[in-house]
Write a protein that binds this ligand. Structure first.
Ligand code: SF4
Length: 188
């Protein structure tokens, strides 16, 4: 039924107009595995934890703080991330062991998801962008199709988010400990 009532139209615009079938999610999961992910799971975005403290770890603990356009303070703030997450309800959480590989996979899965109809698809990788030898932070990014901020750069609590899905992540005690790396692709 068509209605011109602006109040009703406003409500309708917040309701997801289209949801993909399970086959489409399975296809994306298979693609992620083909690209090198150990695990890939579809999640509801209300299980993604965000915290204001997360960017403290970037500011006081990472040598790349302020040196990459994908990192704080250039990355979306904690407040922006909370707002952005409200605009999605499904995402793909990806698990691997190498941060460069996860950055590549999240960007690729975003492109594949877009071509499959997920027009809002957006990937969030892990760690600082390393695509250019020097990141010129006073100019726009020169590889905007490939460079994506990490989950943590946007204020996402990766540990809590991962644990909300019973996946493995621990702080490292020794250099020889296995590293678990996660990426996220917001879908719809
Ligand atoms: S692609 Fe290059 S310019 Fe863009 S954020 Fe990465 S390092 Fe910086």
């Amino acid at each position: 039924m068509h209605t011109k009532d602006p109040a009703v139209s406003g409500i309708q615009s917040t309701v997801p107009s289209y949801q993909h079938s399970h086959n489409v999610y399975d296809s994306l999961i298979n693609k992620a595995r083909e690209l090198g992910c150990e695990q890939a799971v579809t999640i509801h975005t209300n299980t993604i934890a965000v915290g204001r403290w997360v960017q403290l770890k970037c500011k006081y603990g990472c040598d790349e703080y302020g040196k990459k356009l994908t990192c704080p303070p250039h990355a979306p703030s904690y407040e922006e991330t909370k707002e952005i997450l409200r605009e999605y309800h499904k995402a793909l959480l990806l698990h691997g062991h190498l941060s460069w590989q996860m950055r590549y996979i999240t960007a690729e899965i975003e492109k594949i998801a877009f071509s499959m109809g997920f027009y809002k698809a957006f990937g969030l990788g892990a760690g600082p962008c390393k695509l250019c030898e020097n990141c010129e932070t006073t100019a726009p990014c020169i590889r905007t199709m490939d460079a994506r901020p990490s989950m943590e750069a946007c204020g996402i609590d990766v540990y809590q988010t991962v644990r909300n899905h019973n996946l493995n992540i621990e702080t490292l005690k020794n250099k020889s400990d296995e590293v678990n790396i996660y990426g996220l692709v917001l879908l719809e």
